[in-house]
Every structure is written in structure tokens, then in C-alpha cells.
Design a protein around this ligand. Structure first.
Ligand code: GLY
Length: 438
């Protein structure tokens, strides 16, 4: 099968690597990702928002279906445009993708369809009404622009915002700048608990959930510093997490299934990957947000455990015939190596060296993210996450140690979080959840 992958990061590298087991992979990427370039039968480096060019590349190469990696082209309707040309996609249509691209739509869906796992929230398009809501809220708030902001728009009182007064200043900024494309805001209650991710394959009707994973969004060790795209993630061999029970997992999946049913009623059948970001609270799982795509880095955790053929799954998704899927009972740890200044957006452009052979000898894997190969085939950093290293073993602890060993073979102006998935950090999470649940 000939499959087009759209996107240029580690998530797309992981998708392409899994597809490459049985399919011919063609890649359309905004930046020359060395990992993707290497495994593609053919690739084009071009503007990822130029749909005409994506369609031409797809047709020239006679691809049978497309797998859309990032959310930006989904928001702009790439799936609808490819469908007009007879090319089906793993990825939701513009309307169905609103579950990620429009936070007001998501919260309204939960209200209208009585989906469990929702939280206290309000959506406002009038600044004074938003201020009044915050004044009368009676507790710390979370402020979210309605549209996409590249993961940088959500601000939390007690984290990036000192108090509810600063939250009001931020709301004004969102209105003034039409941040995320809307002159409006979603205001939510602050949840106490542990965050986790569940991703699922969805064919419009059926959902097949993947192992749970937990990301580490803070830049620095001890969960300190600014929020990033994610500094590393892990999954456990029982497909749960050290603080997450089977009951919590099943409840989360049920919330996702009810969401899919509601999207079908309200918009269009959802086909693709659904990423649920949950908070496990004293009274069970609550939904923080959805993404309409695989997580990054969480995609690497689950795809490395996938024992079914991803190309066949992709075909079943577009045909509405998802049936069953198997993941191996192993633990996985993924750690991101990032430029020294990250998440500062200053360009770096220095060379990073990766001894992939040594890393593979250690039975670990390398996924290329926001790096590019230059004309000499040197691999250069940009301003964002550079290289993900993944190890799969019988336990989280073994995987974590293997990951650390492998990272010794990456050199340059880079750093990573050594504490991701360590026993000490996991114990903190277990204790935290025990406190919260009483
Ligand atoms: N790991 C966060 C995300 O994929 O959005």
C-alpha cells in the first residue's frame, strides 16, 4: 500500500516507521527530517499549509491514503480537500477536528450530550462578562484561548498566572490579540490531580484505545520551569500507569467513546487518532482537552508497542472497519533531547551529532523532531525539541535506564530531563494521587 504521511516531526517519524513495516511511505514535510527522508520512497520538502502542493505530490505518487500528523493542516481542512480528490485520510475532517481546534465546541459538546468527565467552565465573547465570571468564580481559574495556539495559549493561576487578577489581564490580551483566531475565551476550574494521556484509533464509529501514557510538560527537572511540548513520556506493561487503575482507564475510554458518538451527531463522523488529555481527580477522570492527532512524545510510546500492522489499521479506519488491535506487554520510556535554550524560541542552527548505530546496539530507538539535514547532511538544531530517544523493556525502570544510556551518544548544545520516568518521580505521583483520593 502507498501511504502519504504529512508532517515533519518525531511524531510523523514514528508513524512513518510503523507504516514502513509493510507499506511504501511517501512524506510531505515542511523541513527535511533526516529520519523521515531516509525511510520514504519519495518525499517533498515544502509548505505544509500549501494543500495544492500536497495534493499534487499525493497524485503524482498515486498514494492510496494519507496519514495526517499535526493539527494545523487538520484545522484548515486538509482531509476535506484530499477527499475531494478521492484520497481518504487517517485524520478528521475540518468539522470533526473542532474537538481540538475549538475549545468552546468541545465544552459545549460535553454539556449538550451529558458526557461525564466535564468540569466547571464558561465560554465568553464579551470581555466584561468574562471578568465578572472570574470575579465570581470563587477559586483559581485556567484560561484558554478558543482556537489553536501551538500549545502555548493555556495559562493557569498558580503556575504562569499569579492570581485571578493576572488571569483577567491575560483574558484582555487574548481578546485584544484575537489569540487563536477568536475574540473569546474559555475559563475553567483548576483541577487537582495527575494528568495522563489516552490515545485511540477511531473509524467514525468504533474506538480502539491504546496504552495510557504520561508526558512531562515542564522544561526542567522536578517539574519546574515553563511548559513545553513535552520533555518525555512513559507507559507501563499493563497499559495502565502506576497511579491509574483499570477502572479509571475504562472510565476514560468510555468518555472518549461518548465524545465520538456526540461528534458524529453534532458534526461529522470522526476518523483518525483521538488524543484524550485527562486529569485523574479525587472523583475520577476529568477531560482537560482533546487533540485530533497522535501525541508527541506519546505516539512513540504506543507505536513502539503496536503488534498490529499500522497500514492495515489505517485502511480499516478509512473504511470504518476497525476490529481489534494488540500492544505488547512491555514498558516504554521516551526522553526528548532539546536545544540548550529551549523553550526559548531563539534559533540555534548548531550541529548535533547522533551515533545512531551505538544507540541501536543498545536496543534503543532515535526519532528525529525539529532538526534538519543541511546540504552537507549535517544535522542541525532549530529552536524546538530535537531528538527523541525511546527504549522498551519489561519495566519502566529498565526502560528509563536504557534511555539514559542511549542519550550519552547524542552530543551538541542540548539538554534533557534526567528525571523523566525515574522511580523517584513515579513514587511522587503515586503519593500525590493517594493524598488526593484520601
Ligand atoms: N504531549 C502533548 C501533545 O502531544 O500535545
Amino acid at each position: 500500500m502507498k501511504i502519504l504521511v504529512v508532517g515533519s516531526g518525531a511524531r510523523e517519524h514514528a508513524i512513518a516507521k510503523a507504516l514502513d513495516r509493510t507499506a511504501d511511505v511517501y512524506t510531505y514535510m515542511g523541513r527535511k527530517n533526516p529520519g523521515l527522508a531516509r525511510l520514504s520512497v519519495n518525499y517533498e520538502v515544502n509548505d505544509e499549509s500549501d494543500f495544492g502542493s500536497i495534493i499534487k505530490f499525493a497524485k503524482d505518487n498515486e498514494v492510496e491514503l494519507a496519514f495526517i500528523g499535526p493539527e494545523a493542516p487538520l484545522e484548515k481542512g486538509i482531509v476535506d480537500e484530499l477527499a475531494k480528490e478521492g484520497i481518504p485520510s487517517v485524520g478528521p475532517t475540518k468539522k470533526a477536528a473542532q474537538i481540538e481546534t475549538n475549545k468552546a465546541f468541545m465544552r459545549q459538546l460535553f454539556d449538550d450530550y451529558n458526557i461525564p468527565g466535564s468540569i466547571k467552565h464558561g465560554t465568553f465573547y464579551d470581555l466584561d462578562e468574562a471578568f465578572k465570571y472570574i470575579d465570581e468564580f470563587g477559586g483559581p481559574v485556567v484560561i484558554k484561548p478558543i482556537g489553536l495556539t501551538g500549545g502555548k495559549g493555556v495559562k493557569i493561576v498558580g503556575d504562569q498566572l499569579a492570581d485571578n487578577n493576572e488571569a483577567k489581564e491575560y483574558v484582555k490580551e487574548i481578546f485584544d490579540q484575537k489569540m487563536g483566531g477568536f475574540e473569546g475565551v474559555v475559563i475553567e476550574e483548576l483541577l487537582l490531580g495527575e494528568e495522563y494521556t489516552i490515545q485511540a484509533f477511531v473509524d467514525g464509529e468504533h474506538i480502539l484505545p491504546m496504552p495510557a501514557a504520561q508526558d512531562h510538560p515542564h522544561a526542567f527537572e522536578g517539574n519546574k520551569g515553563p511548559i513545553t511540548g513535552g520533555m518525555g513520556s512513559y507507559s507501563d506493561k499493563n497499559h495502565l500507569l502506576p497511579f491509574l487503575t483499570k477502572k479509571d482507564y475504562d472510565e476514560s475510554v468510555s468518555i472518549m467513546k461518548q465524545t465520538i458518538d456526540a461528534i458524529k451527531e453534532e458534526a461529522e463522523p470522526y476518523k483518525g487518532i483521538l488524543y484524550g488529555q485527562f486529569m485523574l481527580c479525587a472523583d475520577g477522570p476529568k477531560i482537560i482537552e482533546y487533540n485530533a492527532r497522535f501525541g508527541d512524545p506519546e505516539s512513540m510510546n504506543v507505536l513502539s508497542l503496536l503488534e498490529y500492522d499500522l497500514a492495515q489499521i489505517a485502511r480499516q479506519i478509512v473504511d470504518g472497519e476497525l476490529n481489534t488491535v494488540v500492544f505488547s506487554n512491555k514498558a516504554s520510556v521516551c526522553k526528548y533531547v532539546v536545544p540548550d535554550k529551549y523553550p526559548n524560541t531563539e534559533a540555534n542552527d548548531t550541529i548535533v551529532t547522533i551515533d545512531e548505530e551505538k544507540i541501536n546496539d543498545l536496543d534503543a530507538e532515535v526519532y528525529y523532531a525539529a532538526v534538519y539535514s543541511d546540504e552537507n547532511d549535517d544535522i542541525k538544531l532549530t529552536s524546538s525539541r530535537a531528538i527523541a530517544v525511546l527504549a522498551v523493556r519489561d519495566t519502566i525502570s529498565e526502560s528509563e535506564k536504557a534511555c539514559e544510556e542511549a542519550i550519552n551518544y547524542i552530543n551538541g548544545e542540548v539538554y534533557h530531563r534526567r528525571d523523566v520516568a525515574t522511580e523517584a518521580l513515579l513514587n511522587e505521583k503515586i503519593e500525590h494521587m493517594k493524598e488526593i483520593r484520601g
